[in-house]
Write a protein that binds this ligand. Sequence first.
Ligand code: ADP
Ligand code: MG
Length: 565
Amino acid sequence: NDQTETLEFQAEARQLLQLMVHSIYSNKDVFLRELISNASDALDKLRLAALVDKDLAVDIDDLHVAIEVDREARTLTVRDNGVGMTRDEVVSVIGTIAKSGTAELLRQLREAKDAGASQELIGQFGVGFYAAFMVAEKVVLVTRRAGESGGTRWESDGGGTYTVATVDEAPQGTAVTLHLKPADAEDNLHDYTAEWTIREIVKRYSDFIAHPIRMAVQRTGEGDETSTETVTLNSMKALWARPRGEVEPAEYHEFYKHVSHDWADPLETIHMRGEGTFEYEALLFIPSHAPLDLFSPQGRRGVQLYVKRVFIMDDCDALMPNYLRFVKGVVDAHDLSLNISREILQQDRQIRAVRRRLVKKVLATVKEVKTGQPERYRTFWTEFGPAVKEGLIDDTDNRDTLLEILSVASTHDQAELTDLAGYVGRMKDGQTDIYYATGENRATIENSPHMEAFRAKGYEVLLLTDPVDEVWVEQVGSYDGRTLRSVAKGQVDLDTEEERTEAEAERERQRAEYADLLGWMGGVLTDSVKEVRLSTRLTTSPACVVGDAHDLTPTLEKMYRAMGH
Ligand code: ADP
Ligand code: MG
């Protein structure tokens, strides 16, 4: 066939495949979950395409996944009659890994100390389709895009290359056939041609899938005659529509993995329902780790939107503010049009109301975790704190809650973060403001001369090192009626009334004494500084540069300069 091409995997894809072929992930069973998850996505996409485009000549009456086993040939096929792929799509999505953060993941994998650490990284990343190569020595994919006449056949043994060919005959949808490696108990490689193995894996990982997953099984009748019978392996119950008390944690976790493409369990599960004029169900998850693309503009954000059990869109940003972009899950709204657009959603009053409730619920959950499970909260904050802080700028409605959730480093403790309430509780008699210092890292800030007076005085200073910190402290301005004040700005007056009058007299004397020197220095430095003055803020350094109360802090100044201002 002159249309058969042999192509090379993209470099990152090749490296990930190597890891799969050599099976650094111990739970091999999850390959089936990944293939079924992809099949289910393809069925959702087709149903949606048919709803939106009435002219699309496709049959959506019996959307399903079929698992086919050939014990003789030792093959396992996962087939769907979903949207399928064009030849170009096969080459671009199966031959490459477009997920942002792949390069970073591979770098971390190379540096990973042991097998356990590597597994965890792969688990956080989720390798999707390539998981097939954990159990198969050869994978063949045959697919036909809905609405097209010809199909595509893709084949690879997981080495550096794959072949693609155009085929005349192919059923609509996608069939992935695995030529299985020999079963190997020691390597957790089960016999994936055995009915009960497949039944168990499907039940465990894919029970909630909204389309039937079918398999033909042999039944032995009374008189020893065998017959073939097709059975549905999953219960298909939409998890979010079931009462909360009836869903097992493990079921929630598997559902999370399906919607998030993550292989690790979530940190928190939030299951809620809205009643009244606008009914909806929401099943949301806070992941246990940040995705590698949390701060990349191309990163996936938002939750999935369903309308009465029908999948409508991925990454529905109208339902989650940007600062909570890491929240995953599903919102099923009952009274929306099936072909609603993203633009209309953004404007919709009801959707905005749902979003407000979801945000409040997510923040309330985090607050609860913070009080009740400090360890868990610490994980949350380490992973997502820098994103959540953006909410202090964007979401004024929830600012108070966000300030309660916030934790920052402080001079109070070398290792532990503190919240603002903790800081206020430790404030010294006579201290009225909350002091903070910003900088690249803790050590730089602590060595800065600005800190001396505070150290001498025993005042705690919050140490802010995220770029976003500069912005929110400015905008928030105060907490609990106390001003947030930078140690690097304006006149810092740390003395009491009495000390002040005494010090003022002393300063007058000194000002007179040093007037000539200060005048001379001011003249020499006239291009670099506004003013040279005697300072009370230093205890050991001879001099330091400070900004006016309304000037930019040094970090912001650096940031703006880097941006070319
Ligand atoms: P993910 O599901 O996270 O996108 P995968 O590696 O599992 O990553 O799949 C990669 C892509 O291949 C999918 O996004 C989809 O575009 C395509 N794909 C995989 N399986 C199918 C299928 N059964 N039908 C249609 N497209 C598929
Ligand atoms: Mg997938």
